[in-house]
Ligand binder design. Structure first.
Ligand SMILES: Nc1ncnc2c1ncn2[C@@H]1O[C@H](COP(=O)(O)OP(=O)(O)O)[C@@H](O)[C@H]1O
Ligand SMILES: [Mg+2]
Length: 399
């Protein structure tokens, strides 16, 4: 085959690989699957001995996919962002060659070399989507005519990386959309239950109580007064717990009065259950420093975070006291919930959904949750949320 035909054939291969990714994406929202496919096809495309995908997370590079000859246990490992070759590719948004200049040393000292991978040559191609680096493809050692990759290989892998980056970003945003839909649906369902319980059950109970109380004043009923009295008291307790349940489901205060009022209400109820709670809350809108409320999504995320954290303190903490601090500056909202209880090991998995739900809310609004706890030392939960205001200034109902 002459050089042109080879070149053409490879371009067709590249298109084919790209198409496969696009097709997989059509029916697939599983990010890990997409990443795995990108690794496999990318490796085949340039006949690499191995290919690794790294993505930036919390200031480090995380190994998220792999294909080919590699040591076991790589997935989920971290690599330095600052001094690794992938870090350089991400900063400059240009392909780096492993065999060039200081890259070999970077690879060995700071990059995959530290994870037991050896490379004589390689291409580190940034995954760029909308002008932003989302990670890097690292192709190691060409199997035939290698180990260095040709300029043609580089062009191919770069073209492939461009569509792979789109595929990854799309899968990610689809995942976020799905999460958003699921959380929104659950929240709507809660609101519906809250309304129904309020409009039906609570009102019925309340009128029953009123009716009974009125009958109590009838002298003919003297004989059974005690029984009726007891029933009234029981009804009152039922009404109380139903009210609490309704507020838990979706507090009207959150929509009508905003996060601050709804959280103050949560704290009151926790105090009612015997926990000492210090609440320091300073939200810009509530204090009149901003004219627009945060989005419903963000307000709900803040509320659900505090609610679950407080529930956990009450349920698991065996704590005497909890301290809640909520502050915000121009960009960021900070929520801290600290207790002096028995603590736990946050690295252990549990079958609870509370913390998972909390993290889902945080991810939805691009926030982070950090839990600092160990047995015997209490628990501190820190959440950071980027501020996100509604388009339209909105007045809260009168408090
Ligand atoms: N403040 C806390 N103090 C002690 N343990 C906690 C605290 N918060 C969470 N935990 C532990 O973490 C686990 C997971 O919490 P979560 O996901 O909310 O599930 P659930 O509350 O349904 O058990 C709990 O079962 C508990 O062991
Ligand atoms: Mg819980």
């Amino acid at each position: 085959m002459d050089a042109r035909r080879v070149e053409l054939q490879r371009t067709v291969d590249a298109l084919d690989a790209t198409l496969q990714i696009a097709r997989a994406l059509g029916g697939e929202t599983d990010l890990d699957l997409i990443l795995g496919l990108v690794a496999k096809r990318g490796r085949a495309l340039v006949s690499a001995r191995a290919l690794v995908i790294e993505r930036e997370q919390d200031g480090a590079m995380l190994i998220v996919a792999r294909a080919g000859e590699l040591p076991k246990g790589l997935m989920g490992q971290r690599v330095d962002l600052q001094d690794s070759v992938a870090g350089a590719a991400l900063r400059t948004l240009t392909t780096q060659r492993l065999e060039k200049g200081p890259n070999q040393a970077r690879f060995e000292r700071h990059g995959l070399g530290r994870r037991g991978i050896s490379a004589s040559a390689g291409l580190v191609v940034p995954l760029v989507f909308r002008g932003k680096g989302h990670g890097a493809l690292i192709a190691i050692d060409r199997l035939h005519d290698g180990p260095a990759f040709s300029a043609g290989d580089q062009r191919l892998l770069e073209a492939f990386a461009a569509s792979a980056a789109t595929a990854i970003a799309t899968a990610e945003s689809m995942q976020a959309d799905l999460r958003r839909q699921r959380l929104a649906a659950a929240e709507q369902e809660r609101a519906r239950w809250a309304r129904e319980l309020h409009d039906e059950t609570l009102q019925n109970l309340a009128s029953l109580r009123l009716g009974l109380a009125a009958q109590l004043r009838d002298p003919r009923l003297e004989a059974i007064t005690d029984a009726v009295n007891e029933t009234v008291a029981q009804l009152e307790r039922e009404i109380g717990s139903l009210r609490a349940l309704i507020t838990d489901l979706r507090p009207a205060a959150l929509d009508d009065l905003g996060a601050q009022a709804a959280i103050a209400d949560l704290v009151e109820r926790a105090r009612g259950r015997g926990l000492e709670v210090d609440l320091a809350i300073d939200l810009a809108y509530e204090q009149g420093r901003e004219s627009a409320r945060h989005t419903t999504e963000l307000e709900t995320a803040i509320y659900r975070t505090v609610q679950e954290a407080l529930n956990n303190v009450l349920k698991h903490g065996a704590a005497r006291r909890a301290v809640i601090e909520i502050t915000e500056d121009e960009t960021t909202l900070r929520v801290t919930v600290r207790d002096d209880g028995q603590g736990f090991d946050p690295t252990l998995t549990t079958d609870g959904f509370g913390l998972i739900g909390m993290r889902e809310w945080a991810e939805l609004v691009h926030g982070t949750i950090d839990i600092d706890s160990s047995p015997g030392r209490g628990t501190t939960l820190r959440a950071l949320f980027p501020g996100q205001r509604r388009d339209r200034p909105d007045r809260l109902a009168a408090q």
